[in-house]
Design a protein around this ligand. Structure first.
Ligand code: PLP
Length: 376
């Protein structure tokens, strides 16, 4: 059996619907900021119980727009070091300085204590990243910490479509959340992003920023330095159709995760992240920590070559404070994140994965881990 690292799921019916909508878009010429974008925004807002949603060209654009509407220019913004480079790029492009922080080994996410160690008198915002779709159970503590100090909490929810902690959905714990629809993400539009917020001022600013800073779609008065951050109607219809499957994808992925949980809990030599009972995790990534000393490259090679199992990409392989492009921003060492980045692996998990595939993945993982032990 061969299990790939990722699989993008569009049913034949979805493909046909997107194809016929595309023909309609091409024949009417309504190719941007039209009905499909509006419908995608409404459906995404409803799925996340958000008062407002604004569709944009990418997840990175969503982050930059949120940061620009918070006016972070010249300020410091705290970012976890174990995130995608785009999180910190958005901070820099919004005119601010990223300050990298360490994270908790239980959630891979920032805690109030990590942020306290990174804040400066010039800090204006904090970006919380829901790694792998897990919303940290201490998110309320972090939000309270930020509120006490007048820091805006922004959620990089690129991994967290449909995720929930308690009654709160991803994007509702801070001032706004940024989602991505890149092909590997839980819901995709090919390329695209979404801002969700309950703040009418951020909503208004986002509408202006995404369309070249124009006060309105039809006018030519530019009130902000915006950009071409619109989402095309072809992308919007793709995302709208894919989003209809969110609940079904969450159910399938939770079933796979339950099989993985049971198998890993019976195994020595590897631990997994714990999702609080009652919460919804989309398992964008299923994260496992093999015991210290396991050679990750060998483990991955063994799984692929001997068992046909490709692990999915790490989140993330190297922390940002150790990436060449951020050398100007690298400060102190961040030992927890450094260890997590070096050690974790992600079992493949797909929105249409079968029980047989899931069982093959975990049995292979256990066998490969044991064989590494035997070889020393
Ligand atoms: C994918 C991703 C982004 C960027 O999204 P794009 O749509 O590719 O711009 C930002 N942050 C994180 C954590 C991501 O995984």
């Amino acid at each position: 059996m061969h299990v790939p690292a990722a699989r993008i799921v569009f049913s034949p019916e979805d493909r046909a619907e997107i194809a016929s909508a595309t023909i309609e878009i091409l024949s009417t010429g309504a190719m941007t900021l039209g009905a499909h974008t509006n419908e995608f925004e409404s459906a995404f807002a409803a799925a996340h119980r958000a008062p407002f949603a604004v569709a944009v060209s990418s997840g990175t654009a969503a982050l930059e727009i949120i940061l620009r509407s918070l006016d972070v220019q010249g300020a410091d913004v705290v970012v976890p070091t174990n995130t995608f480079a785009a999180t910190a790029f958005a901070v820099i492009r919004a005119g601010a300085t990223p300050v990298f922080a360490d994270v908790s080994p239980d959630t891979f996410a920032l805690t109030a204590r990590d942020v306290a160690a990174a804040v400066t008198p010039n800090t204006r915002a904090v970006v919380l990243v829901h790694i792998g779709g897990l919303i940290a159970s201490d998110v309320a503590e972090l939000a309270a910490f930020c509120a006490d100090r007048g820091l805006a909490l922004v959620e990089d929810a690129a991994h967290a479509h449909g995720c929930r902690h308690g009654e709160g959905y991803a994007g509702s714990f801070g001032v706004a959340g940024a989602f991505s629809f890149y092909p590997t993400k839980l819901i995709t539009s090919g390329e695209g992003g979404m801002i969700v917020t309950a703040d009418p001022a951020i909503h208004e600013a986002a509408l202006v920023y995404r369309d070249q800073g124009k006060a309105g779609f039809l006018g030519n008065t530019h009130i902000k330095q915006g950009y071409a951050w619109r989402l095309s109607e072809m992308h919007a219809v793709t995302g709208k159709v894919h989003l209809r499957h969110l609940d079904e994808f969450l159910t399938t992925r939770a079933a796979v995760a339950a099989r993985y949980d049971a198998a890993l809990d019976a195994l020595d030599g590897a631990t997994r992240l714990r999702v609080p009972a009652g919460d919804v995790c989309n398992y964008y990534k299923y994260i496992v920590l093999p015991r210290p000393g396991v050679d990750r490259a060998r483990l991955k090679k063994e799984l692929k070559e001997r068992y046909g199992v490709s692990l999915s990409g790490e989140v993330y392989e190297a922390p940002l404070h150790q990436q060449p492009v951020f050398s100007d921003y690298a400060g102190r060492s961040l030992p927890v994140a450094e260890d997590l980045c070096a050690r974790h692996v992600c079992l493949p998990i797909h929105s249409d994965m079968t029980d047989a595939e899931a069982d093959h993945v975990v049995t292979s993982f256990a066998a490969a881990l044991a064989s590494l032990d035997l070889d020393g």
